[in-house]
Design a protein around this ligand. Structure first.
Ligand code: C2E
Ligand code: CA
Ligand code: CA
Length: 842
């Protein structure tokens, strides 16, 4: 049972109780009156005429009235008291009480009142008559009265008692029936009602005076009453009308708000007041939203199919736009039977059209707001990933830098995806976009509290760390963000592992966001160069990085002026220390900035369109170096790194072979190191390029093996001769069992596919030994030599280690088993081939 229903039942019970009380009292009074009448029946014809006239007057006075509807209850003012007072002045009270009952009964039959209203009206008026008569009796009344003053005072007392009792009984019942506030009814039109009482009293006195003076003058009374009544009801109606227009004006003003909720809730409350309805309902077509309520509260607001609990009269009104479109429905509900007056129907139409306009305006406003918000969002966000964009990051950063003294440390992490370019180049931009979206999603989920993730463009992301308790926490958070990217991304059945390099910078004391971004950028490139996942900005290493972003402009000059040179790092037989090859590593001898490492300029070169010129310069210098060593008696193959981009160029094999011919070097003296990326396995042109290179006799090596995309699937498609174990595994060997496992399985793979395996980044004797024990036969690293110019390497080769030319390290002494090497299988200087290993079967 709902709140309103409970409330209704309470009201109904109180109403019945009140009516019952009135009826019982009236029955008692009527019984007494009956007894009185039997004791003292009308004696003369005059008295009989008086009684008959009284009944007639009462009947007429009750049917002629000025009605005011309150909800579904109509409230009317009648001339009853006037007739009653005249009656009790002329005839015994007991008669008058009975006559009143009879007259009212006839009137209620004529106006077809319901049973409860009939009982109530009869009872109330009988009580009023009894009270008026008793008052006069108490004042010692007799007809004709002693003096005019006595007459007026007595009649006034009787009239006041009658009128007050009428109000006191009538108003609470009306208020209960209409479920409105009792006090409000007492207050409504009190001034007009007071004047009405006065006029009706004057008419009563006037009538009695006429009766004393000249009976026939009584014919003047009915017209007088009628005209007074008309005047009164006209006033009441005029006032009601004026009030209604004022209310309508207020209501339409109140609807003049921009928030749709306010419009609907106001409309319901205002309409309930305006039309004195028990419930008002507004139903909107477009949203299916229904708002329902009364003058006090909203009882329902939603889109469900929730029927109203009020049965009775429904007055529907369509809400129609100016263009005739159907906007929704407005419904007034009344508990009882109600018929709206002409004026009310007009008001309803006006209200409905004001409501339509308000709904329209509010919708337009909401739409405007939505668009504005959308624009604001678009201006601050990246359309693809919906992350914050650079602008938003800068704004938020600047804000936090402004207040950082109180709130802890602000730091920035810059993330750059490795190998993302290849995803784009080979699988297309759509696939690239999906990778970016997934990366964004992972960062968004992994990010801590109020930290802000932004996409700066391309494959560059940033995370603004907010209010860190200490600078060191930044590295910790960065680590967990990078871990979130670790799991490979599923793309059309392919698993692509996305790795990123991150640079962290803590807010500088000056320079604001621009400086913070620059520092994070510097740190990120330091991480890339050092082969680490994350680096934190260190001012001491900064100077060299200052101009990274402006390097692009220097490229054409670098190519023209041959600023790109090549250093060579020997590759060594781990057991014997003998040099078996050399890797060419590019350097940029920048006239202003000194020597620049490849990781800092390679990307710029690849993006610039100058890649072929650069690659050609490196290849040329490498082949010249190989020729020089060969002529000096060291016939070493030279390993040259190839950008994945070069493999997309069908002319690449032709140009490489032309260079080889120009330098008169056999193709097997050249090893091309390919970075293991998606490019290698996905595109037909890459297959063709690699096929041609291999068919021509050029050797192929897979660089950074183990770090990139599904290594095995790459191997199955690309015919390589050599695998290079990434430096990261060698570095981690003594701490990570996983790194050892990767190395071991790479070695095993190389053995079963008959491939040469080279370990990168060998920095210590223990690493050399451990690698050898794992079955790895060749290595490269600072332990043996750093990259150096070709001429210097030649000198080193000629000197040799321990007087053995061609070696750079002493022989590895196996402390365990005696090493037995068959001389024929030792690595010859002529070819790079699989080296034998004592622990493993050949
Ligand atoms: P990479 O092919 O893996 O080259 C090995 C990198 O490790 C070189 O860095 C080398 O100096 C460094 N390195 C060698 N031994 C050690 C060691 O024991 N410890 C440590 N910490 N590092 C060692 P570099 O010369 O800075 O080259 C970086 C990368 O740049 C190369 O990685 C290669 O991918 C690329 N690169 C270099 N030259 C060229 C080139 O001419 N063309 C292309 N496309 N890429 C190049
Ligand atoms: Ca390499
Ligand atoms: Ca490498």
């Amino acid at each position: 049972m709902s709140q309103t229903q409970r409330h209704d039942n309470g009201t109904d019970q109180r109403l019945l109780l009140l009516v019952g009380l009135v009826a019982v009292s009236a029955t008692v009074v009527a019984t007494l009156a009956l007894v009185g009448t039997i004791d003292e029946p009308p004696r003369s014809g005059n008295e009989l005429i008086t009684v008959t006239l009284l009944i007639a007057t009462l009947t007429i006075s009750l049917t002629v009235k000025a009605p005011i509807r309150i909800r579904s209850t109509t409230h009317a003012t009648a001339w009853v008291e006037t007739a009653v007072v005249i009656g009790v002045a002329l005839a015994p009270t007991s008669w008058v009480v009975l006559c009143t009952g009879l007259g009212v009964a006839i009137a209620t039959r004529i106006t077809k009142l319901s049973l409860i209203k009939t009982v109530f009206t009869i009872s109330k008026n009988m009580l009023v008559a009894a009270a008026a008569g008793t008052t006069l009796a108490l004042l010692g009344w007799a007809w004709p009265p002693r003096s005019p003053a006595y007459m007026i005072i007595s009649l006034a007392a009787a009239y006041a008692v009658a009128a007050l009792l009428d109000e006191a009984i009538g108003i609470p019942v009306i208020a209960l029936a209409a479920r409105t506030n009792i006090l409000r009814h007492f207050g409504t039109n009190w001034d007009l009602r007071l004047v009405g009482f006065g006029v009706r009293f004057v008419v009563a006195v006037f009538t009695l005076v006429l009766l004393q003076v000249e009976t026939w003058l009584l014919v003047a009374v009915p017209p007088l009453v009628l005209s007074l009544h008309l005047a009164y009801s006209t006033r009441v109606r005029a006032r009601a009308e004026r009030q209604a227009w004022q209310d309508l004006a207020h209501t339409t003003d109140a609807l003049n708000v921009v928030d749709i909720n306010a419009v609907l809730h106001t409309a319901v409350a205002q309409a309930a007041n305006l039309f004195s309805a028990d419930e008002v309902e507004v139903e909107l077509q477009e949203s299916g939203r229904t708002v329902r309520g009364n003058s006090e509260s909203v009882t329902y607001d939603g889109v469900a199919d929730d029927p109203s609990t009020i049965n009775g009269t429904v007055v529907p009104m369509e809400l129609k736009g100016h263009d005739g479109s159907h906007i929704g429905m407005l419904r007034l509900r009344f508990r009882g039977p109600v018929k709206l007056s002409e004026r009310e129907r007009y008001t309803l139409r006006t209200f409905a059209s004001a409501l339509c306009t308000a709904v329209r305006n509010a919708s337009a406003y909401a739409e405007l707001n939505r668009v504005a918000e959308e624009h604001a969002h678009a201006a601050a966000h990246d359309a693809l990933t919906n992350l914050a964009n650079r602008r938003h990051l800068l704004e938020r950063g600047a804000e936090q830098l402004g207040q950082r003294r109180t709130e802890g440390v602000v730091a920035l992490l810059l993330l750059d995806l490795n190998h993302f370019k290849e995803v784009n180049d080979t699988l297309g931009h759509a696939a690239g976009d999906r990778v970016l979206v997934q990366v964004a999603e992972r960062l968004r989920t992994a990010v801590h509290g109020q930290d802000l993730v932004a996409r700066l463009g391309g494959d560059e992301f940033a995370v603004l760390f907010h209010a860190l308790p200490a600078p060191a926490v930044a590295a910790h958070r960065a680590e967990s963000l990078l871990n979130a990217l670790h799991e490979p991304i599923e793309l059309d059945g392919m698993r692509i592992s996305v790795e990123a390099s991150g640079g962290i910078a803590v807010a500088p004391s000056s320079g604001g966001m621009t400086e913070l971004l620059r520092r994070a950028d510097v740190a990120m490139y330091q991480a890339k160069r050092a082969g680490r996942r994350i680096a934190t900005y260190a001012p001491t290493r900064d100077t060299a990085d200052l101009g990274r972003l402006s390097l692009g402009g220097d490229l054409p000059r670098a190519v023209a002026d041959r600023e790109f040179t090549v250093n060579f790092q020997p590759i060594v037989d781990l057991r014997s220390g003998e040099v078996i090859a050399a890797e060419a590593l590019a350097r940029w001898r920048h006239p202003a900035r000194g020597t620049i490492d490849p990781l800092r300029f390679l990307e710029t070169v690849e993006r610039s369109g100058l890649l072929p010129a650069f690659a050609e310069a490196v290849l040329d210098q490498s082949l010249i170096a190989a020729t020089t060593w060969r002529e000096a008696g060291f016939d070493l193959p030279v390993a040259v790194n190839v950008s994945p981009r070069s493999l997309l160029d069908a002319r690449f094999p032709g140009s490489v072979l032309a260079r080889l011919r120009a330098h008169d070097l056999p193709p097997d003296r050249l090893v091309l190191e390919l970075t293991e990326t998606l490019t290698l396995s996905q595109l037909e042109v890459v297959d063709q390029v690699l096929g041609q290179l291999r068919d021509a006799g050029i050797q192929l090596a897979l660089d950074d093996f183990g770090t990139g995309y599904s290594s095995l699937s790459v191997l199955s498609r690309i015919p390589v001769h050599e695998l290079k174990i990434d430096r990261a595994f060698v570095t981690a060997m003594d701490t990570s069992a996983e790194a050892v496992a990767v190395i071991r399985s790479t070695v095993d793979l190389g053995r079963s596919l008959n491939l040469m395996v080279v370990a990168e980044g060998v920095e210590s004797e223990p690493q050399r030994r451990a690698l050898w024990e794992l079955g790895c036969v060749a290595g490269q690293g600072h332990l043996f030599a750093r990259p150096m110019p070709a001429a210097r390497l030649l000198v080193a080769l000629q000197q040799g280690a321990g007087g053995r030319p061609g070696t750079l390290a002493p022989v590895l002494h196996d402390e365990g088993a005696v090493v037995r090497l068959s001389p024929g299988r030792r690595p010859g200087p002529r070819r790079m081939e699989r080296l034998p290993h004592p622990h493993l079967p050949a």
